[in-house]
Write a protein that binds this ligand. Sequence first.
Ligand code: CP
Length: 339
Amino acid sequence: MSAAALSSPPAHWTRKDLLGIEDLSREELDCVFATAEQFKATLDRTQKKVPSLRGRTIVNLFLEPSTRTRVAFEIAASRLSADVITISGNSSSLVKGETLRDTAENIQALNADMLVIRHSAAGSAQYLSRIVRIPVINAGDGAHEHPTQALLDAFTLREKFGKDLRKLKVTILGDILFSRVARSNIWCLQKLGAEVTLAGPATLVPKMFERFGVRVLHNLRDALADADAVMLLRIQHERQTSTHFPSLGEYTSMFGLNRLRASWLKPGAIIMHPGPINRGVEIDSELADSSRSVILEQVTNGVAVRMAVLYLCASAMPGENQNGRWKMENGKTNPTTSQ
Ligand code: CP
């Protein structure tokens, strides 16, 4: 879609909060992708800013470490002409004993217009969405969900394989048990009609995941043989409370993606990873840097997808839209006109 052909936001979006993928409809997913396509086209311009959220203030409350998600949300807000403020855990009054609820209510009292939250506790974003009136965007809550990661992963798959992902075979390999990325991707990919295989050691990929409608395999060769894309996951040390495999070295020797194992993939299969990657653990450096890898394209797409999410959730606020259409200051509805 050319920048000149950009239209008003699709009318399928009515949510002010993005808390997870599980309860999104197929139409809502398509709405995010269509909006992100429009915003991605603007990012190639010399003038990359669009006025869509001019005058709004977005607060990123990141209470867990992050590089990609935090910076992508900051850039996305900036590209939308919003003011953006990032608060990290150790620089906030949470370290003085303030509760998460009080922190969020104070951010709202400071007249912030949106709150993006990353937190180690599953359900934290949903909890805050019940407390504050402003939109709450989940940037990763414990092992529960990481919705914008799954959206940017699917957006990247659509770019690589076409918009119809039905029957596309995606293998997610690694620490599924503790991964919010895996959970959001399972929901997202299945809603889009893709066939999902989970692979890794039985301790990290228990058969119980089959109840989500996915295939669970512990034989890596079988899991890679028919995959169109393999999505690697890092071992989530920070969430593991007991030992699930003898050592990182043993994990790598059994399940790390190396040149030999990559040769089991189909010729056109791509390698994905949400990052941060642990080179030499779940993936060898030569594969992370190979032409099969789309890892950095995923990162790039994170900006357009997060612009779409911020824009759509803001447009769903009462008084901010009419029949799902964002009302611009000039009365027009095009979200991507350059300033
Ligand atoms: N993929 C991802 O969430 O990376 P960060 O932890 O760096 O944000």
